[in-house]
Design a protein around this ligand. Structure first.
Ligand code: FAD
Ligand code: FES
Length: 280
């Protein structure tokens, strides 16, 4: 079978672990036989196939780990519609689902070596950034300062709550957790991610990785540009409806790009003019 055929036909993935994150979000660890961790890069996505329901693109939410004869890949899914809600309600440990991929251009973590890093995630948009944080943490001496801003609607909407505090032990890192509106008992910050960015002292040589609702990415990128950061060093991950996931069908067209093949990670300088247009 040629490589492209292998990417068109879903392969079996065994659900090894399911973890409830919030009332509408779960994290799944999937064992995929015959794959190797080096094929999976932060920022890439898998097409998750549920027989009889459909297929959806979901980002890798952790670094992949090699196991005997295969790989353990992690995804975090928020239930918003038909396929994602079916997954959350019905797929359990031991079940087998279909996957294709990984697909797409990921975050340029290698190119960012030697530089300060900003990771700014809003809501479920923090999931595709988590492998970036892990990678930079694992290779700590190869990067400058890490700035992390993670925002959610409320404390109960924060994903990975069981590990967030451990991020504070990352050497040479500035960590901000923020929620949209004040809540009882909350000790972190209050306000949207772009507002937190405005208050921070960021170096102009920073490489920024931003993911969240499109409006958040747009405003955050503008704030970073105002702070003197070159749009070529601001990276965003875009979401569009997808079908093939590999540049064949055109469903995910965005300006001159196919998000699945040319992205989902783009520099802001590549996409800002299309992000300004309502409805595309
Ligand atoms: C590259 C990429 C990575 C993604 N990573 C993640 C992830 O890590 N975790 C996660 O929970 N979700 C992720 N998504 C979003 C996820 O693919 C959609 O939520 C999912 O396809 C919705 O399908 P559904 O059948 O559940 O909902 P549907 O019933 O198809 O739709 C429900 C609602 O969601 C909207 N919607 C559907 N698809 C999209 C989309 N692609 N973008 C924006 N709105 C959409 C619809 O307009 C509708 O309002 C990602 C999307 C892309 C393109
Ligand atoms: S989803 Fe088919 S070209 Fe992108």
């Amino acid at each position: 079978m040629v490589e492209s055929e292998a990417m068109v036909i879903p392969i079996r993935a065994e659900v090894r672990e399911v973890r409830e994150e919030t009332r509408d979000t779960k994290t799944y660890k999937l064992y995929i036989k015959g794959k190797k961790s080096e094929e999976f890069r932060p920022g890439q996505f898998l097409m998750i196939y549920l027989k009889g329901f459909g297929e959806i693109p979901i980002s890798l939410s952790d670094l992949a780990h090699d196991l005997e004869d295969g790989v353990l890949a992690t995804i975090t899914v928020r239930g918003v519609g038909v396929v994602s809600r079916y997954l959350l309600s019905n797929v359990r440990e031991g079940d087998v689902i279909g996957v294709r991929g990984p697909f797409g251009r990921g975050w340029p973590v290698e190119r960012a070596k030697g530089k300060d890093i900003l990771i700014a995630g809003g809501g479920i948009g923090f999931a595709p950034l988590r492998p970036v944080l892990r990678y930079v943490w694992n290779n700590r001496e190869e990067y400058g300062k890490i700035f992390l801003v993670y925002g959610a609607r409320s404390p109960a909407d924060m994903i990975y709550r069981y590990e967030l505090e451990s991020y504070r032990s990352i050497p040479n890192a500035e960590i901000h957790f923020t929620i949209d509106r004040a809540a009882e008992g909350w000790k972190g910050e209050v306000g949207f991610v772009p507002d937190v960015l405005t208050k921070m002292k960021l170096s102009q040589q920073l490489v920024s990785f931003v993911c969240g609702p499109e409006i958040m990415m747009r405003i955050a990128s503008k704030r970073l540009i105002e702070a003197g950061i070159d749009p070529e060093r601001i990276f965003v991950s875009l979401e569009r409806r997808m079908r093939c996931g590999m540049g064949i069908c055109g469903t995910c067209q965005f300006g001159p790009y196919y998000v699945c093949r040319d992205g989902p990670v783009f520099s802001y300088s590549e996409v800002y003019r299309y992000m300004e247009v309502e409805g595309i």
